[in-house]
Design a protein around this ligand. Structure first.
Ligand code: ADP
Length: 480
């Protein structure tokens, strides 16, 4: 084998080696992912297992605390016994030289040991406990397979310190502990079995309202958008959830209905100009080619209608942009008086049939979108012109208060009935007379003006007396 061949061979092995090492890990990952997808633990299972886990932990805690408490109590008892025996035993052994064996009077006592103040053993009971652990500081010992509790205390006799250790056999206590522990554990496990059996039934009942809600929610479409969840059937948090869901559906339904109306209004508005266009093109087709009068009339009408349609489409686009929150305001600082005078001048130029008076004594600096504000002022002035009979007056005023710069447009026109005042800002709303009249627009002007003014954190106020006139006041926050 040549060197090159050897190298490529080693490279191949190395390449495959990493593949071989990586592939089982990848395989394992895949299996785990698939398993997770397949075993979709139900919420019922999760609730039951969580409660079962908490229960078992509590059971363990109860067992530990009970056993520790019982053992503590027994040791306390042994300490008390030791406390009562010890002084007597020391006295008898140190002074009367009596054997310690005489004091094994309690069946729990396995042995007694007496030490001097240097911890040297002076005497002890019988030889059978020779192999005891001499460490008097260790409390529990195992001697001859028996667990021993070593009670030790010091006593001063004749100015000498003695240490006495009494070895209590606690094997019986340990057996008692075992029995107690066993019984609690047994009872606890039976409880756990009951919990495991009943848990899924209870939690299923608990999540049933959620399931019902899901089923209802699944069936809601545009056709049955008025369907609501049964709030009465739910309780507590689920009731709140059902109510919140229903309120959300109310809002969606309201929006949906508004959209439907909007679409039908738009279609309605477009139907007339399209019918007019069709009428004139038909007329042109039949006679217009030869008759110049018809030709001119048709062209003029078509021009008017297309302008009208263009105007409508522009307005609709504006509203749609606002609804989609994509309407942008290009704000700048400017004096409102200049803008109002400009619009008034323009209106005066094209309208000679009304008396238009502009009184702008007060001026204020505002931070706003100049073109949009101009558009809004124009809407109010154009309406005043539209709905004021020839010879009537229109007054335009600029004022200010602490917060707002106020533009007032007053007319001596038709006025608005009180009951209709709220509706005039609705999309496509027009008073009966303005529907009939030619000058009536599409009923979108005030909606647009409202969007603009509210977009500048302003407000609009209207005062109107039917058949006498109206005052529209626009409030825009000012800088100074
Ligand atoms: P339009 O484009 O039809 O003017 P608007 O939204 O601007 O639509 O106004 C809605 C309706 O409010 C008008 O059709 C009209 O009936 C009424 N309106 C608005 N301004 C005045 C006014 N200055 N005087 C009387 N009626 C008015």
């Amino acid at each position: 084998m040549s060197d090159i061949m050897k190298k490529t061979f080693i490279k191949k092995i190395l390449k495959n080696f990493s593949k071989i090492v990586k592939s089982p890990i990848r395989f394992l990952k895949k299996v785990l992912l698939n398993l997770r997808k397949k075993i979709r633990l139900s919420i019922t299972f999760k609730i039951t297992s969580t409660y079962l886990g908490i229960y078992l932990l509590s059971l363990l805690l109860v067992i530990i605390l009970t056993l520790a408490g019982y053992l503590g109590y027994k040791i306390f008892e042994l300490d008390n016994t030791g406390d009562s025996y010890a002084p007597y035993i020391i006295e008898k052994t140190v002074y009367n030289k009596e054997s310690l064996d005489a004091f094994i009077i309690d069946e729990r006592i396995e042995g007694i040991l007496l030490y001097n103040d240097n911890f040297n053993l002076i005497t002890r009971t019988g030889n059978e406990y020779k192999d005891y652990n001499n460490n008097i500081f260790s409390k529990i010992d195992i001697i001859k397979n028996n667990r021993i509790y070593k009670y030790t205390d010091s006593y001063i006799f004749n100015e000498k310190t003695y240490y006495l250790t009494i070895n209590f056999n606690i094997q019986k206590i340990i057996a008692e502990l075992r029995i107690i522990g066993f019984f609690i554990l047994g009872a606890g496990l039976i409880g756990a079995l009951i919990l495991a059996a009943i848990g899924p039934i209870v939690s299923k009942k608990m999540v049933k309202p959620i399931k019902d809600m899901t089923e209802v929610a699944k069936t809601i479409t545009a056709n049955n958008i008025n369907t609501r969840l049964n709030v009465k059937a739910s309780q507590y948090e689920l009731k709140e959830l059902a109510e919140t869901f229903n309120k959300m559906m109310d809002r969606i339904e309201e929006d949906y209905i508004r959209q439907q109306h909007f679409v039908s209004d738009v279609s309605h508005e477009l139907r007339t100009p399209i019918a007019v266009l069709k009428g004139y093109t038909d007329m042109l087709d039949r006679w217009g080619k030869k008759d110049e009068e018809v030709l001119e009339e048709s062209i003029l009408a078509i021009k008017n209608e297309t302008t009208n349609m263009q105007d409508l489409i522009e307005k609709l686009l504006f509203i749609a942009r606002n609804d989609k929150h994509t309407l942008k305001l290009n704000k700048e600082e400017f004096y409102i008086k200049d803008l109002v005078l400009e619009v008034a001048k323009e209106t005066k130029m094209i309208n000679k049939k009304h008396l238009i008076k502009c009184d702008c004594k007060e001026n204020s600096l505002i931070f706003a979108d100049k073109n949009r504000i101009k558009q809004a002022i124009r809407i109010f002035i154009e309406n005043a012109v539209k709905f004021t009979p020839e010879g009537g007056s229109i007054y335009i005023r600029c004022m200010k208060d602490n917060e707002y710069s106020i533009i007032e447009i007053e007319d001596t026109g038709l006025g608005i009935k009180k009951r209709n005042l709220k509706k005039i800002f609705d999309r496509f709303y027009r008073e009966e007379f303005s529907r009939e009249k030619e000058q009536g627009g599409h009923g979108l002007g005030l909606s647009i003006a409202k969007i603009i003014v509210l977009g500048h954190r302003g407000k609009i106020k209207v005062k109107s007396t039917y058949e006498k006139g109206s005052i529209f006041s626009i409030y825009i926050p000012h800088i100074t």
